[in-house]
Design a protein around this ligand. Sequence first.
Ligand SMILES: NC(=O)c1ccc[n+]([C@@H]2O[C@H](COP(=O)([O-])OP(=O)(O)OC[C@H]3O[C@@H](n4cnc5c(N)ncnc54)[C@H](OP(=O)(O)O)[C@@H]3O)[C@@H](O)[C@H]2O)c1
Length: 262
Amino acid sequence: MATALITGASSGIGETYARVLAERKLDLVLVARSRDTLEALAGELRDRHGVRVEVIAKDLTQADAVPEVVAAVTEAGVAIDTLINNAGFGDYGPFTENSRDKQLKMIQLNILALVDLTYHFLPPMQQRGSGQIINISSIAGFQPIPYLAIYSASKAFVLHFSEALWGENRNTGVKILAVCPGPTKTKFFEVAGFNPFKNAQEANKQSLSPEVVVRQSLEALERGDCTLVPGEMSNQFVANISRFLPRWAVVRAIEQQFRPHS
Ligand SMILES: NC(=O)c1ccc[n+]([C@@H]2O[C@H](COP(=O)([O-])OP(=O)(O)OC[C@H]3O[C@@H](n4cnc5c(N)ncnc54)[C@H](OP(=O)(O)O)[C@@H]3O)[C@@H](O)[C@H]2O)c1
């Protein structure tokens, strides 16, 4: 039976991957910090779809977390053939005014945990000649974003890392996809302390549902695509516009757009 490991499965995009993949009869390993939420979701998915669901409650910003996740997966006796590196967060504000600890944890979660999980689970996929990895980057990864400096840089890392691995793995039978969503209806903005919308109506109109992100990404993975910007053409436009303008002009325009209101 195929098994998918999903990080950040307790809410938003990760929870939606869990629901959609269980519906497709994949066994699951769910990882996030919120044990009770993960257990409730696991119970629901076992009952509804008859799939095996393991819960690993772990704070992936802790240095030993990934080796502990790998050990728990080994102990459970499952082989991971789909890895979804989704857990991540942002933190809005001027770099030097934001918490040092929180920004270093963001790098640990958004970058280091993702790299380490990939380092552990990709080789067995290559040996089997099959498998798939989805790494959640962001539309924020296409250009620097003042006041989301670490977040946008972390997502640029995820984008480049994933695309490079896609290139390395074209003949291994392992599919790798970088997913770069624009604004999506999850807890992301609440956690990041940031609201880019004028009002709820605009937020609703300009945000994707996590279902669209997940379904489009699974289709792109199936096709063997390298990168996906889900949703409308406007997101494709934002992702590509910076290629046609001087970098300083892009950063200046974004700085004005994202500058905190005094
Ligand atoms: N929503 C958007 O507009 C948007 C756009 C582009 C990209 N993204 C990316 O999409 C991914 C999913 O975010 P989301 O939008 O679904 O937001 P979300 O609803 O806040 O979900 C974030 C998930 O990450 C988990 N997580 C956070 N810190 C963690 C930690 N230290 N250890 C383990 N798990 C942790 C959370 O679970 P616990 O709190 O239980 O640990 C939760 O399951 C992120 O990588 C985000 O950067 C989001």
